[in-house]
Write a protein of this length. Sequence first.
Length: 131
Amino acid sequence: MKLSKISLAILGSALLFSSAAIAGDANKGSLQLYEKVNVEGKALNPGKYTVTWEGTGPDVHVTVSQGRQTVATFPAHLTEQATRNTEDAYGSAAETDGSRTLTAIYPNGKRFSLEVGQAAASQASGTPASK
């Protein structure tokens, strides 16, 4: 009887930790930039990045990392998509000075996009954002 209680406790702990690990991957994606873009005043050079986001509602907090170094953090708005994103992608907009600003991140396999900055504000207000 005592052995079965211990086994049950170990099994329960294993399930709890494995579900936490799976849930952690749900808010993580990759971002491959092919051009230099700005986000919240930070310049991101072309390269591969890891994107994570935290939050339970449509408004989330995004962290962009390269290796173990955090290179940018910013607020974003989750916007549902009709279909799953078939690959990692991003949207950017040209600025008057010729630079580009990150407007959205489309994580592979997810049915939403992360709308950044002005794109997020215009989505929240109901005004269409240009991509």
